[in-house]
Design a protein around this ligand. Sequence first.
Ligand code: GLC
Length: 533
Amino acid sequence: MSEAARVWWRDGTIYQIYPRSFQDSKNDGVGDVRGILQRLDYLVSLGIDAIWISPFYLSPMADFGYDVANYCDVDPLFGTLADFDALLAATHERGLKLILDFVPNHTSNQHPWFLESRSSPANPKRDWYLWRAPAPDGGPPNNWMSNFGGPAWTFDEATGQYYYHAFLPEQPDLNWRNPEVREAMYAAMRFWLDKGVDGFRMDVLWLLFKDEHFRDNPPNPDYSGPPAAWSFLPVFTADQPETLDVVAEMRTLVDQYRDRLLIGEIYLPLKELVKYYGAESPDGLRGAHLPFNFQLIQTAWEAPLVAQLICDYEAALPPGAWPNWVLGNHDQQRLATRIGAEQARVAAVLLLTLRGTSTLYYGDELGMPDARISPDQVRDPAERDQPGVGKGRDPERSPMLWENRENAGFTGAGVATWLPMVWDWPQFTVETEDVDTSSMLTLYRRLLALRRTRPELYSGVVIEVSEESGVLSYLRCHRDKRIRVLLNMTGEDRWIECPPGRLLLSSFLDRDNIVVGWIELRRNEAVIIDLDV
Ligand code: GLC
């Protein structure tokens, strides 16, 4: 494919940065915008194409930035708008793209819009949020539950009504049925697009609308214990049909700029997920370019299930839709902890050889596991408010590991980091792994370099997806070129029949030979074979 025909978000790889934990430039133990700028060259050397930064907007930090008090400013903890402008310019100078995290579903309860809205039932902004009278017994208007535990309704003494929040009481949900709300949010999107940001990852996009009749959610017949929010099916609080109209409006807005990207955070089964690509039109699909596909996180790590998943996902994609795959993020247990250090290398090969845009979570390229968080170190409200539920997200948010000195170079010596480091961190630093020719970092660099240069990998079709004795296998083809990928998802050695070819890469980074007929896959080994030699 000619360079001109390449589309950055389709052929490239996205790298997620959780700004609190990437690099601290101010020595206060929390990462910031200038810190990201200092580490851009590392990202170039890694070989990714775009960064997505979790929220850095003005925020009281009840949910660490996912509670926004001003959509068009940077929180002083993270820096200033001038710092952001410098970061954007430096990112673009290096040929990278920058994607912002946008939080359309809810604001902070300290946002001026909400302060106005709660001031009086007659306030013009009252209808910007979801206010309801109490039930006849004075309790909440219906049975809707917060995703962080407890009722999703909080009573406001002063005005005698409840407001709805899908997450914390500090995160009131906006009323997307109100055209003024839409206009205000679109203005905020334009603010950043005008600056030149390359796209948005839209937070909880499938939750934007709630049933207009506020009907009770039905009980979940399969409910088997906490978190309490799962005791009801979210029939009236998620994935409402009106949402797709708004996604189409967002797409139209983004398309008014050149080459920009719309990603949706959407936790839904495949059939529902793919609706978010939007309806067909003469200009193509009218939804998100990439509705995040979290199925690899949610599917058990077993070859038959992953083979089935790839087939089901490919079959579910509407014509013209481009696939994508995600292995981790700031809300999920880290990959190396979830499936183990050995299989995390197999997963790296899978992610970077599947058809579709890959999104990496910072630190996964080092094989970083979850950090251990003692009860007195818990920061995440999702854990704090439902102790023992085990849903806490602090372990996957611990500081990035750079150098072999105190605090791993994340912040200055002697500074208390906002979350503890991974306990055995020196083995996972960039400094340690950089010089180790078989490290996870070297594996990621090799995979990213291979993916960048081979059209079979960045754009070809995926066919012959199969599984045998725990080995997942598929072919990536572009024109007459073919690459076979074999992934041993077991802890045992396997002999696999394979047409002759040249081994381009083993996940152990210790061989690149000619394959004739059969290949022995060692336990936990994945290989990439060029069949056209
Ligand atoms: C998204 C974010 C998560 C946040 C929630 C509420 O799921 O990824 O971190 O807590 O939205 O904003």
